[in-house]
Write a protein that binds this ligand. Structure first.
Ligand code: UT7
Length: 332
């Protein structure tokens, strides 16, 4: 029996950022760095940091509640919960199942997606498929991270870059021709070694040696990730716009992954997109991995930068190495 493919859009968003702020000046007292270096090389001035007893699911639940309120959706209506995260509460149960329990979303199925900073776009694309095929009506997609818990506070190459936060979106069927017009996902697994958290899995189970060796922290070859990012961000944008049957002139606004101001500006330059059409909030939050795009999207909506009928591109890259992009015709 053939199924009718439905159009799927975002009908509500929400975000949650921990209150505690860690500035570049605070970092100057922790590692050999300076506000000037961090701002000029990355664009970041401060980031949010969660308390010792706060986990990724706590941020995710708070963001989800706001998105549900914004969308006018109750927990009982949610059919699926997808949490994109590289910093789950624990290996299992999934963070999505913990969020389900927190929300009392009894009928939902729930699972995590691990595509690092691209995770929210992977989650959106998966959620869209459940609704477009008729297998779900309402899907909650969350990007949530507590990256400051896996930062090596003695490694100035990485600890200045990351922050904690969560963003959420509710997906539902929308009018035909509105909502997600196209999405593209990609991975270059052979470049995975450039951004890893080596220990704690089956390759290198946790031991006293792995802890002593700092193997439970982020390890990154920043230069290689940078090269990947400046190539893939414009390429993924162009490809998905073309897939949607549009041109760059039809795109009203871009919400990119918020890793580094220089990466975003380089993408904007290559695409010949003015700064007023590309969103940046990384100066206040740093890189929040899978939470960066949904938090940025929620802020852009709140600031009235995205209006009904606008064509919006979400584009990101991250560990894996992964990349993803989508075009959304804004339906609210
Ligand atoms: O979401 C995906 C996650 N990752 C990324 O997006 C990261 C992508 N990469 C980047 O954003 C940039 O490569 C970084 C911001 C990580 C680094 O910027 P860079 O301009 O590529 O600097 P670099 O690594 O080439 O380092 C230049 C110098 C080095 O000193 P020497 O060897 O030239 O003496 C570093 O040791 O800057 C030094 N350095 C710092 N100095 C002060 C590195 N980190 C710091 C620091 N403060 N925090």
């Amino acid at each position: 029996m053939s199924r009718t493919v439905k159009s799927v859009g975002i009908i509500g968003t929400g975000r949650y950022l921990p209150e505690r702020v860690l500035t570049n000046y605070d970092l100057e007292r922790i590692v050999d760095t300076s506000d000037e270096w961090i701002r000029t090389r990355t664009g970041i001035s401060e980031r949010r940091i969660s308390d010792a007893d706060t986990a990724t699911s706590d941020l995710a639940t708070a963001a989800a509640l706001k998105a549900m309120k914004n969308a006018g959706v109750t927990a009982g209506e949610i059919d699926a919960i997808i949490v994109a995260t590289a910093t789950p509460d624990m290996a299992f149960p999934s963070t999505a199942c913990i969020v389900q329990s927190n929300l009392d979303a009894e009928k939902a199925f729930a699972f995590d997606v691990q595509a690092a900073c691209t995770g929210f776009i992977y989650g959106l694309s998966i959620g869209e498929k459940f609704i477009s095929t008729g297998d779900a009506k309402t899907v909650l997609v969350i990007g949530s991270e507590t990256l400051t818990k896996i930062c090596n506070w003695e490694d100035r190459n990485t600890c200045v870059l990351f922050g904690d936060g969560a963003g959420a979106a509710i997906l539902r069927e929308v009018e035909c021709g509105e909502g997600i017009l196209a999405s593209l996902l990609g991975a270059e697994g052979w470049k995975g070694k450039f951004l890893t958290l080596p220990a704690g899995g089956s390759r290198m189970p946790a031991s006293i040696e792995t802890v002593k060796g700092g193997k439970h922290f982020i390890h990154m070859d920043g230069g290689e990730v940078y090269k990947f990012a400046v190539g893939v961000m414009p390429a993924a944008t162009l490809k998905v716009v073309e897939k949607a049957g549009l041109t760059l002139e039809d795109i009203d606004f871009i919400v990119p992954h918020q890793a580094n101001k220089r990466i975003v500006e380089s993408a904007a330059k290559r695409l010949k997109i003015g700064n007023e059409r590309i969103f940046m909030n990384l100066t206040r939050y740093g890189n929040m991995s899978s939470a960066s795009i949904p938090v940025a999207l929620d802020e852009a909506l709140e600031q009235g930068l995205i209006k009904k009928g606008d064509n919006v591109v979400l584009v990101g890259f991250g560990a894996g190495l992964t990349w993803g992009s989508c075009v959304i015709n804004w339906s609210r």
